[in-house]
Design a protein around this ligand. Structure first.
Ligand SMILES: [Mg+2]
Length: 347
């Protein structure tokens, strides 16, 4: 599977810029993106960022050059729109950037790949304070660096609201990708990470509840178990997904693509004390968060029955002949998760 690694090209020195906003700074008002200008704003976004060895040519040219030693690239993209996917009064610009990286990184991790490079398309109104763009870029850059990936390119355009479009490139490093379509009757369904906290955090923000900052923080910046995708493939898993729309909804994608049914074993998913306490205060059912809450970006995978689950994975159900997803054999009546254009939810 491995092809020869491309010859390294002399690495680019990091782009450095002097502070271009200095001349606009005035007490009491932040400089806007229009005042700073497109190119200086982009330059600020990439200034001083570290690049991994897979980035052969970084930002500063018409295109970046990224090594794809495997010969295959796992690629995924995601858009976040202000007012629909985030609110700048609920999340800092840095958090929005970190979340964008987590959402995209989780998608390639769910396939068994490692994220190596991110591309970022940003849109914003011209009167957006440049600190908002700087913050989003900083969050993206820091989060990418933390998982060993680089931000290799991007674009900035004028838009009606702040829009963050992130594309991730992932390296399978010779592994067989985890597909949604490869689950088989008899497989064990396992989960790495937890579900429900992000939905709880969103509900707390919507209710203007000031407590449970641990849950709110998970909503603002999820922490996908990136390594778990790799360990799942190595342990023999065949199918996988990240939990972005809700546990039952995402397992439903695997069931449908594999032509099988999945039963979730409810006792394996007991909500923790924090979820129970938050649900008690909001007068809601924590199981709804566990089963239908999106955006935690835990990973789910289907392992052959003889496989030994790697560290960080725990059994939550099984695959069987049939179709659909049930909880202990019964259908779950609440809405099954978030669909962007669905009628059940309208975030
Ligand atoms: Mg996904």
């Amino acid at each position: 599977m491995h092809s020869a690694r491309p010859q390294p090209i002399e690495k680019e020195a990091p782009v450095t810029v002097s502070d271009p906003i200095g001349s606009f700074s005035s007490p009491g008002r932040e400089p806007t993106v229009a005042e700073v200008g497109e190119f200086p704003t982009i330059a600020r976004a990439v200034a001083g960022r570290r690049q991994p060895t897979t980035t052969l040519v970084g930002p500063g040219h018409d295109a970046a050059i990224v090594a794809a030693a495997d010969g295959r690239v796992a690629v995924s993209t995601d858009m976040l729109v202000e007012g629909r996917h985030f609110r700048l009064d609920w999340s800092s610009p840095q958090d929005v950037g970190r979340k964008a990286v987590a959402q995209n990184g989780a998608d390639v991790a769910a396939m068994g790949a490692r994220p190596v490079a991110f591309l970022v398309g940003l849109g914003c109104p011209p009167d957006t304070p440049v600190s908002v763009l700087d913050g989003i870029s900083e969050g993206i850059g820091e989060a990418a660096e933390a998982i060993g990936a680089g931000v290799v390119g991007g674009d900035l355009v004028q838009a009606e609201q702040v829009v963050v479009a992130v594309t991730v490139l992932g390296d399978l490093e010779g592994r067989t990708p985890l597909l949604r379509s490869e689950a088989r009757a008899g497989d064990i369904v396992a989960l790495a990470g937890t579900t429900g906290a992000s939905a709880a955090g969103l509900a707390l923000l919507a209710a203007e509840h000031t407590g449970f900052t641990d849950l709110v923080d998970i909503h603002r910046v999820p922490s996908p178990p990136y390594e778990a995708g790799v360990s799942a493939v190595l342990a023999g898993a065949r199918a996988g997904t990240d939990i972005s729309d809700g546990l039952l909804a995402d397992l439903g994608h695997i069931a449908a693509a594999s032509g099988a049914g999945i039963t979730v074993e409810q006792h394996t998913l007991e909500p923790g004390p924090r979820l129970r306490a938050a649900a008690g205060e909001l007068g809601t059912d924590p199981w709804t968060w566990v089963f239908t809450g999106g955006e935690d970006h835990a990973l789910a995978a289907c392992f052959p029955p003889e496989a030994e689950l790697p560290d960080g994975w725990r059994r939550i159900g099984r695959v069987h002949d049939g179709s659909g997803v049930t909880v202990d054999g019964r259908s779950w009546d609440a809405p099954g998760g978030w669909e962007s254009f669905g009628s059940a939810n309208s975030r």
